[in-house]
Design a protein around this ligand. Sequence first.
Ligand code: CO
Length: 147
Amino acid sequence: MAIRTIIEAGDPVLREVSRKVTVFDDRLAGLLADMVQTMRHEDGVGLAAVQVGILRRICIVSPNHDTVYELINPEIIASSGTQINPEGCLSIPGARADVKRPDYVKVKAQDRSGKEFVVEAKGYQATIFCHEIDHLDGILFTDRTVN
Ligand code: CO
């Protein structure tokens, strides 16, 4: 495992649309392990592969220290409600602003072996899922701030 360098806003790679993962191998598992280590090192609650320079549809979400969701090719298949929470991003150090998100999301994704699963989230956890999945389409929370 290794701590990877986090790419910061201003680098055009963060605006790219990540490609689907089609190969579920040891390299993917290694990347996931590095992403978890990097996120924890930076005290983050989520991280997308593009933030470490890998343009693949992979992100992790960790609403608390004991839980890490590994999402490969995630899609939001249902959402409802709205909420406004302050967000930050490891790629935009120091920035924090209110963002409007759904209050509930249902996410379909694959695990590291390619098996499909569905996870539901409410409240702040839903915000993290939305924030990380946005990264896979080149969207940053600063694009969605409310005043
Ligand atoms: Co972010």
